[in-house]
Every structure is written in C-alpha cells, then in structure tokens.
Design a binder for this molecule. Structure first.
Ligand code: NAD
Length: 482
C-alpha cells in the first residue's frame, strides 16, 4: 500500500522510488520541519535491502538507456525540466517547509534553477561533439560513453537544486541514477521521482532511496555495481565515501565545504561591496559558497563597518513563507546548537560581537541572529572552520600581499570574492587566490558551461559543461589505421 503524506495539501510519497514503483520499508524516520519543529512526514528508512533493489533496477535499465539516441534522451530530460516548471509552487513550498529556506527564493530562483539543470544538460548533450585528430595517418576518435550506475548523495541546504545539478548530467551522459537525498529534507526528491515518471523516463533510469546517511548512503557507495559517486556534503562524510570508493576503484566527484574569503580593497565600490557582503547571510548562512571571512582594507574599514551594520540591521529574520523576510530558521536543533557552539567558543576566546551573537531573542525556535564577529585570530577555530550558519568574521588588512596570504591560509578553497575598482589588481589577486571560483565585484553569477568545484578540502573534480561529461562518462579514444 503506497504511503503518502499531505504537506500543506500537497501529496508527497514517503516511500522509495525503485524501478518505476514505490517501495516501502518496515522502518521509518521522522522528517521534522524547521519552522515549527513538528513532524512533517515519517519517511521510509532504507538500508542494504532497498539499496540493492535500487541498484538492481538501475543496472537493469542501464543498457537500454545508454543505447537510447541522444535526441531522445535530451527530449526526456527537457520533459523532466518542464515537469519541474509546472510544479514550481508545490516544490517551492515543500522545500521551504522541509528545510526552512525562503519561499520567494525557492519560487523565483532555486526551483527554476533545478529545472534549468535539466534543460541545460539536455541541450549540452546535443552539442557535445567528439574530437578527431590524426597521428601519422591514424585517426584518433574521442567519444563520451555512458559509464553505468551513478550514486548521487546530496545535502539539505538546497536539496532539489543540488540533486538535479548531479542527476541531470548523469542521465544526459547515458547513466542510470540512484539518488540518496538528505534525511533532514527528503521530500522534494520524492516529488522529483513523480515528475520523472510523468515525463516518461523509463523505469529504473532514476531511483530514489530514502534514509540515513550512515545506513542507506553507506550501503549505496559500497555497492560494487556503482560506477560513479557524485557527493555534495561535508568533509567528514567525503572521507567515509572516499574509503568505499577506493575499495571499488570508483571515480568520485566531491563538492564539499568552504570558508570563503571576501576581500574589500580601498578602491572598491563600497555600496556594491556592502550589499554583497550582507548577502552572505543568504539561506541563513547555510551556503557552501558564502564569504564568511570578510577582509576589509584599513582605509575604508570604519566606513564599511558602519554601512554593513546599517544594511544588516534592515535584514529581516522570520517565517520563510513571508515575502518580507530575508532569513528563515536553521534547519535542525542539532545544527543550531553546532553554530551556537562555534560562536560561544569564539566569544570565550576573546571575539568581539559586532552584530547578533546568539539565537534570536524574540523568535526562539530555530532562528539565529545574523552575526558579525571581530578580534578573531587568524588561527582561531571560528576563522578556520566552516560554521555553515549566519556567522561572518571581520578582519582588517593593510596590503595586497598580506590579504592574499591570509585569505589562502585555510584548509578550504571553494570560492573567493574580490571587490576593487582596479582591473589589474583584480586580475593579479584572482590569479593568486586558491579557489575553484573567484567572483570579482559580484557574487553567485553562475554559467553552467563553466567548471565548478573546489580546491583543497573543498572537493575533488569539477562539474559544469564538458567537465560534467568528463566525470559521468567513460571517455574513449578509438585509434584507426589508415
Ligand atoms: P553531510 O555530509 O552530513 O550529508 C550529506 C549527505 O551525505 C546526506 O544525504 C547524508 O545522508 C549523506 N551521508 C552521511 N553520512 C554518509 C555516509 N557515511 N555514507 C554515505 N552517505 C552519507 O553534509 P550536510 O550537513 O548535509 O551538508 C552540509 C555540507 O555540505 C557543508 O559542508 C556544505 O559546505 C556542503 N555543501 C557543499 C556544496 C558545494 O557545492 N561544494 C553545496 C552545498 C553544500
């Protein structure tokens, strides 16, 4: 008997999606809404049995999907994108109730981006050529071949968008997929399964196993039939997955955390820099790309700080369904406690609180205040580790070499933001920063043709455009004699 739950009137299956059918588990886990901490759904808790069934289904579907002409695969992926577009409002609301992100952002940008992930990789597939060149009269023919069953494991901060960013290119490349969504926000993945079925994706091409990371996720990455592992999440989990991948000698694509520098030079457009700096509190700070180490040049420090505090004071915290709100709750009580632990330890170590510094005094629940700390040592915990909450540390700096050295002095290397009016300085600094992406006088401008990923502990590999196909496909060279 298929089980569904009604989320604000929207029916969502709480079961797995395997081989084109719903599959239940004896055990369930509670999915709690960050808005009121009430149980939204009791979701099927998968383990080795369900994972094995999903990999069976994905393996069985692979030969036919891999042999499906590109034009047909692309048409089906466009149909999935259109299915997401038709259900933007439902998906946005379910996502907000599940992870606490802003409803208006979900409606206007995050869920449309999930649809675009499918449109983009469908189109890219059709223009993905092959390379040919000659060696002493021999022809080298380089092509992208489907690789097999792909495991996709994703976090809760943008569940549908991050899942589709991996699922779409994997399917485009001709692979079949088993997705393990985050246990703190599992519901939009279930709606995606419905959408793929309505779009006509053949059974077994896309599968979802719900469950806890250490159970369902761990079983999935250990399965020797899995040929690719795409993981977005924390470094600790990446280490565990990396061990499993090494055992089976499977390529991984890891998109992990960040503690990204945001640098404001004295010649920067301060209005622009302040606006983007305050935007780093977006999604309640639960963003891997957030610039949470803010370095401001001595010459403009006082003015910048004054304007930053003014802008941040106008930042409204509250119910993420409200149009007037800029920041909702944190995802989970454990996550709030983790953030607050970082801030408490920083204060005990001598940090000065310029803004916020604790749970929201009026709203209670899982609401945290946008927080700005200073007098923080470069080698302190709060300056080195990813908090993944609305906590920014502020530093002053004097010269270019100094700020580059301090910005690069971190275990991560995901992104960096540079604000300056001097183009040659921008180029010089961007060139020397250790980061997968550097944004100059802007933030979060993303073109899916561009490589995305992180240096150091921020990940392994790059995705986007050809880079995605390089990972999901087997790249083959056929050499033919004259
Ligand atoms: P997490 O590592 O705890 O969980 C991510 C996923 O891994 C979940 O689905 C979880 O169930 C699963 N998992 C946990 N243990 C597992 C195991 N042993 N084997 C297999 N799967 C397992 O991360 P999180 O707390 O959900 O997400 C936050 C992290 O994700 C932050 O570090 C953030 O920076 C990072 N992130 C990175 C990007 C990026 O693009 N680089 C984007 C978003 C989030």
């Amino acid at each position: 008997m298929p089980r569904t739950t009604s989320v604000s009137g929207i029916e969502v299956s709480v079961d797995h999606w395997v081989g084109g059918e719903r599959l239940a588990s004896d055990a369930t886990f509670p999915d709690i809404s960050p808005l009121d901490q009430q149980v939204l759904a009791n979701v099927a808790r998968g383990g080795p049995r369900e994972v094995s069934a999903a990999v069976d289904a994905a393996s069985a579907a692979f030969p036919q999907w891999a042999a499906t002409p590109r034009t047909e695969r692309a048409a089906l992926l466009h149909a999935v994108a259109e299915g997401i577009e038709k259900r933007v409002d439902d998906l946005a609301l379910v996502e907000t109730l599940d992870n606490g992100g802003l409803l208006r952002s979900h409606r206007r940008s995050v869920i449309p981006r999930a649809a675009y992930n499918f449109h983009f990789f469908a189109d890219f597939l059709l223009q993905l050529g092959h390379e040919d060149f000659e060696t002493r009269g021999h022809r080298n023919h380089i092509s992208w071949q489907p690789a097999g069953v792909t495991a996709v494991i994703t976090p809760w901060n943008a569940p549908l968008m991050l899942a589709t960013w991996r699922v779409a290119p994997a399917l485009a490349a001709g692979n079949t997929v088993v997705l393990k969504p985050p246990e703190w926000a599992p519901l939009t993945a279930s709606l995606l399964a419905d959408i793929t079925a309505e779009a006509g994706l053949p059974p077994g091409v896309f599968n979802v196993v719900q469950g806890i990371g250490e159970e369902a996720g761990a079983a999935l990455v250990r399965d020797p039939r899995v040929r690719r592992i795409a993981f977005t999440g924390s470094v600790a989990t990446a280490r565990a997955i990396g061990h499993a991948a090494a055992e089976n000698v499977i390529p991984v694509s890891f998109e992990l955390g960040g503690k990204n520098p945001f640098i404001v030079f004295p010649d920067a457009d301060l209005d622009l820099a302040v606006r983007h700096a305050v935007d780093q509190y977006d999604n309640a700070g639960q963003v891997c790309l957030a610039g949470t180490r803010l370095y401001v040049a001595d010459a403009v420090y006082d003015e910048f700080l004054e304007r930053f505090l003014q802008a941040a004071a106008a930042w409204r915290v509250g119910d993420p369904r409200s149009e007037d709100v800029d920041m909702g709750p944190q995802i989970h009580p454990d996550h709030l406690a983790r953030i607050d632990g970082y801030v408490r330890r920083a204060k005990a170590a001598g940090a000065t609180v310029l803004l916020g510094g604790g749970p929201h005094p009026e709203l209670g629940g899982l609401y945290y205040q946008p927080t700005l700390l200073t007098n923080v040592a470069d080698d302190s915990e709060i300056n080195r580790e990813e908090v993944f909450g609305p906590v920014i540390v502020l530093h002053r700096f004097t010269d270019e070499d100094e700020v580059i050295r301090r910005a690069n002095d971190n275990i991560y290397g995901l992104a960096a933001m540079v604000f300056t009016g001097d183009r040659s300085r921008a180029e010089r600094v961007a060139d020397r920063l250790v980061a997968g992406t550097v944004w100059v006088n802007c933030f979060y401008v993303r073109d899916l043709r561009a490589p995305f990923g992180g240096a150091r502990l921020s990940g392994i590999g790059r995705e986007g455009g050809t880079w995605s196909f390089d990972f999901y496909a087997e790249v083959k060279n056929t050499v033919t004699a004259p």
